[in-house]
Design a protein around this ligand. Structure first.
Ligand code: 26V
Length: 749
C-alpha cells in the first residue's frame, strides 16, 4: 500500500485537507489490516478523559509507515511535518488522568491485550485557553467540527438510555488505537445525535438545562451551580449506561451466561467519574434474572477502581436527589449497598456510602464493591492505606494495591524526540522501544565523553526546535543559551506554580540589586486553570504580569524570562519536554498522587527539581541523590501540620525578609499598574493569610536547591552524565510495565 492509493488526485496537486484525509484513510486501512487484539476476557477501561494527542504521526510510527510516507510525500514535494501541524489535537482530556488513560491504551494494544477504552465524544472538549489582558479566557475547542470524519468511525451501535424524565439514544463511534508493531485496540466514544453546538453563547457559556442538546458538549462543564453539577451526573450516567450495555452484549456474544461474566469482562474505573457503572451493572444483571446477592458479587469480580487523588474536594460526592432525578433506577441499589455496609460495620459513619446529609460518596461504592483498589505511586498508595482511606483499608486490606504510573515511550521519546531516539538506538539498539528496561544499558556510556557531548547537542537542538515552534505559535522568541526551567501541568494550588513564581520575583529583585544567576534562566509555564477556579486564574495572571514586566526591563530581560504558553496541550508538551533542562515537580509533599510529566521529562534528559512526593520518590530511589534535586517538607511533616492545624503563614512572612519582599512585590505599583489589582491582591491575601498548600515553609529550601542546581548546570559534562543516568533509569516508568502489573494482579486477561 502507498499513500497514493488513497486519493484519486496526484499527491502534488492535493490540498492540505485532501492529503490529511488521505493519510487518515491510509492509517485506518493499515490499522484494520493489522486486526484487533481478541480474547475471551476483555478489559473495558472507562474514563471521563482520554487525552490522546494528535493521531497521525503516532499511528504512522506505530504502524511502521512513518519513513515510507514521509519519503513518498517528499518525492511529491510535500512535507509530512507540515501536515502534522495541520492536524487539530482531539480535546478529550484535562491533565494527568486523561493522558495516563491514553498511554495505557497504547500499552494495552502493544502488549496484545484485548481492551477497549470507553468514554464520551465531547464536541468542544475541555476548552481552548486564550490570554486576554494577561488573563485566561476560555473558548470552545471545536476539534470535532474540524475533523469528525477523519477522527471518528461510526459503528452503527446505538443504545437507549433512560433518564428520570426522558430517554436519549446514543451513537457509538470508534477510534483505532494502534499498538507499536502489534494489533490494535479501540477507543469507543459515545455521543448523542441531538447535541447542538448552536446552544453555545458567549465563550463557553450555554443553556445547562437543555440536556438533549448539551450532554456531550464539554468535558467537565462548569460545576459552580446546581445545573452544572446535575449535567455532570447526566454525563456520568450516560457514559456508564452505554459502557455496561456494551460489555454485557459483547460478553454474551462471546459465550458468557452472565453468571460467569468476570471470566469475560473486566472494568477499570478510572477515578470516580465512572462509578455508577457498579449499580448499573447490578441493575442490568438483576433485570436479566440474576439474584441481587449474586449480581453484587459478579459486579465486584468484574470491577476494579483506581484512585488518582487524595484531595478531598476532588473525591466526588453527589446529592442522592441528583441521582434520583438523573437515574432513579439506581437509588434502590445504592441504598441497598449502603445498608449492607451498615450491617457489616456496625453503622460506622466513616465508611458509609450515603451520609446523613443525603450525599452519595462515589469512592465508597467503588471500594466496598470492586475487587481491587489501587493508588498510582508507592507513596500515594501508602497514604491512602494509612491516612486517607485508613478505615477502608482496615475493612478490605486485600483489595488495596499499588500500580505506579507509567508513560508510553513510543509517544514520549520515539515520536517527540527523534534526536535522542537516534542517539540511543546507535548505542544500545532498538529493543528498548518494547522492553524499556534495556535503557539501563546506557549506563555503560555514563563516562563516555562522546556520548555525553552528543547528549548535550541533542538537548541544544531541541531547545532551538522548541523556540522556533513557539515563535511561530505565540510570537515569542527565546534565548536558547539560557537554562530552560519548565513547569507544565494543570494549574492547581497544591502543585504550587506560586512557589516558582515567588522564586522568579526574588530572582528579578536580586538582578535589580546587581546579583545575577550563573547564566540566564527562561522559566516556562504551561497550565490551564479550571474555568471556575479563581485562585488558579489569579496565579496565571500574576505569571503573565511578571513576564511582561521583566520583558520591559532592560536590566533584567537578558537574565530572566518568564513565559506562559498559551493553551498547553499534548502537542505543546511534545515540543516542550525534549527542550527542558530543569523539570519542576514541586507539589506540596503528600498531595500529588504520582505525576507523569516528571517521568516524561526524566526520559528526555531533564533533571528533576522536586519535593519527595508522588512518583518523585521512586525517581529519587532509581537515580540516586546525585542525580536529582529534592527539597522541602516531607509528606509526614505535612500531614502532621494538617492534623494539628498549626501552620501559620504569618510566621514565615515575619521571619524571612527575602520572602516577605517577594510577596509584597506582587502588590507593588510595578505589578499592579499593568494588571488587575483585585486579582493580585487576592493572590497576595491568599498566600499571606491562608497559604493552604504551605508555599512559605518550602521557599528557602526551594531557592537554595535551585541555586545549587544552576551552579551544577555550568559543568556541562557532569550535568550531561546526570541526564544520562536519568534516561537510563527511566525504564521503570514505561506504561508497558504498569499495564503488565495491572494485568498480572488485577485483570488476568
Ligand atoms: C479534578 C478536577 C477539579 C477541577 C475541575 C475538573 C477536575 C477534573 C478532574 C479532577 C480529578 C483529577 C484527578 C487527576 O487528574 N489526578 C492525577 O492523576 C494522574 C494520573 O494518575 C496523577 O499522575 C496525578 O498526580 C493526579 O493529580
Amino acid at each position: 500500500m502507498r499513500l497514493q492509493d488513497f486519493t484519486d488526485k496526484p499527491l502534488d496537486t492535493c490540498t492540505d485537507l485532501e492529503l490529511f484525509n488521505a493519510l487518515m484513510r491510509y492509517t485506518t486501512a493499515a490499522a484494520e489490516g493489522r486486526g484487533y487484539n481478541e480474547g475471551k476476557k476483555k478489559l473495558y477501561y472507562i474514563s471521563a478523559e482520554f487525552l490522546v494527542g494528535k493521531l497521525l504521526s503516532n499511528n504512522l510510527i506505530n504502524l511502521g509507515l512513518y519513513d515510507a510516507v514521509r519519503d513518498e510525500l517528499a518525492a511529491a514535494g510535500r512535507s509530512l511535518a507540515e501536515l502534522e501541524e495541520y492536524e487539530h489535537e482531539p480535546s478529550l482530556g484535562n491533565g494527568g488522568l486523561g493522558r495516563l488513560a491514553a498511554c495505557f491504551l497504547d500499552s494495552l494494544a502493544t502488549l496484545g491485550l484485548p481492551a477497549d477504552g470507553v468514554g464520551l465524544a465531547y464536541h468542544c472538549g475541555l476548552f481552548r485557553q486564550v490570554f486576554e489582558w494577561g488573563k485566561q479566557a476560555e473558548v470552545p475547542d471545536l476539534w470535532l467540527t474540524w475533523g469528525r470524519e477523519s477522527f471518528l468511525k461510526p459503528t452503527g451501535r446505538h443504545y437507549t438510555v433512560h433518564f428520570g424524565d426522558f430517554d436519549l439514544t446514543s451513537t457509538m463511534y470508534e477510534l483505532d488505537v494502534t499498538g507499536y508493531g502489534s494489533r490494535c485496540g479501540r477507543l469507543r466514544l459515545f455521543d448523542v445525535d441531538s447535541v447542538d453546538e448552536g446552544v453555545l453563547h458567549s465563550g463557553i457559556g450555554f443553556d445547562k438545562h437543555a440536556i438533549a442538546k448539551n450532554l456531550t458538549l464539554f468535558l467537565y462543564p462548569d460545576d459552580s451551580d446546581d445545573a452544572g453539577r446535575l449535567l455532570r451526573v447526566y454525563q456520568e450516567y450516560f457514559m456508564v449506561a452505554n459502557a455496561a450495555r456494551l460489555l454485557l452484549d459483547e460478553a454474551v456474544s462471546r459465550g458468557s451466561d452472565l453468571h460467569d461474566l468476570a471470566d469475560y469482562a473486566q472494568v477499570q474505573i478510572n477515578d470516580t467519574h465512572p462509578t455508577m457503572v457498579i449499580p448499573e451493572l447490578i441493575r442490568l444483571l438483576v433485570e436479566r434474572g440474576i439474584g441481587q446477592d449474586e449480581a453484587i458479587r459478579i459486579t465486584g469480580d468484574v470491577c476494579a477502581y483506581t484512585n488518582h487523588t487524595i484531595l478531598a474536594e476532588a473525591l466526588e460526592t453527589w446529592p442522592a436527589a441528583y441521582i434520583e432525578r438523573v437515574a432513579p433506577q439506581l437509588m434502590p441499589i445504592i441504598r441497598d449497598l449502603d445498608e449492607r455496609v451498615c450491617a457489616a460495620t456496625d453503622d460506622d459513619p466513616a465508611v458509609r456510602i450515603l451520609d446523613d446529609r443525603g450525599n452519595v460518596h462515589m469512592a465508597h461504592i467503588d471500594i466496598h464493591v470492586a475487587h481491587s483498589v489501587n493508588g498510582v505511586a508507592a507513596l500515594h498508595t501508602k497514604i491512602l492505606e494509612e491516612t486517607e482511606l485508613a478505615p477502608f483499608y482496615r475493612l478490605h486490606p486485600d483489595k488495596f494495591n499499588n500500580k505506579t504510573n507509567g508513560v508510553t515511550f513510543r509517544r514520549w521519546l520515539v515520536e517527540c524526540n527523534p534526536g535522542l531516539t537516534a542517539l540511543i538506538d546507535a548505542r544500545i539498539g532498538e529493543g528498548w522501544k518494547t522492553d524499556a528496561a534495556q535503557l539501563e544499558r546506557l549506563l555503560d556510556y555514563a563516562d563516555d565523553d562522546a556520548t555525553l557531548a552528543a547528549l548535550a547537542e541533542v538537548k541544544q537542538a531541541n531547545k532551538e526546535r522548541f523556540s522556533s515552534w513557539l515563535e511561530g505559535h505565540q510570537g515569542v522568541s527565546l534565548d536558547t543559551a539560557s537554562v530552560f526551567d519548565v513547569q507544565s501541568k494543570r494549574l492547581h494550588e497544591y502543585k504550587r506554580q506560586q512557589l516558582s513564581l515567588l522564586w522568579a520575583i526574588r530572582t528579578y529583585l536580586d538582578i535589580k540589586d546587581g546579583v545575577y544567576p550563573q547564566r540566564p534562566v527562561t522559566l516556562i509555564y504551561g497550565a490551564k486553570a479550571a474555568p471556575a477556579y479563581v485562585a488558579a486564574k489569579d496565579i496565571i495572571h500574576a505569571i503573565i504580569t511578571l513576564g511582561r514586566l521583566v520583558e520591559r526591563d532592560p536590566d533584567a530581560r537578558g537574565w530572566l524570562r518568564v513565559v506562559m504558553l498559551e493553551n498547553y496541550n499534548v502537542t505543546a508538551a511534545e515540543r516542550l519536554i525534549p527542550a527542558c533542562d530543569i523539570s519542576e515537580q514541586i507539589s506540596l509533599a503528600s498531595k500529588e498522587a504520582s505525576g507523569t510529566s516528571n517521568m516524561k521529562f526524566m526520559l528526555n534528559g531533564a533533571l528533576t527539581l522536586g519535593t519527595m512526593d508522588g512518583a518523585n520518590v521512586e525517581i529519587a530511589q532509581l537515580v540516586g541523590p546525585d542525580n536529582i534535586y529534592t527539597f522541602g517538607l516531607g509528606s509526614d511533616e505535612v500531614i502532621a501540620h494538617y492534623q494539628k492545624a498549626d501552620y501559620n503563614p504569618a510566621d514565615y512572612y515575619r521571619k524571612d525578609a527575602r520572602l516577605a519582599e517577594a510577596l509584597d512585590f506582587l502588590v507593588s505599583p510595578a505589578m499592579v499598574n499593568d494588571a488587575d489589582g483585585t486579582m493580585l491582591s487576592r493572590l497576595y491575601g491568599n498566600l499571606t493569610q491562608k497559604d493552604w498548600f504551605m508555599t512559605m515553609p518550602d521557599f528557602e529550601s526551594y531557592c537554595a536547591t535551585k541555586a545549587e542546581m544552576l551552579v551544577a548546570h555550568e559543568n556541562e559534562r557532569v550535568w550531561a552524565r546526570s541526564c544520562l543516568v536519568n534516561i537510563a533509569q527511566a525504564g521503570y516508568f514505561s506504561s508497558d510495565r504498569t499495564i503488565r502489573q495491572y494485568n498480572e494482579d488485577i485483570w488476568h486477561l
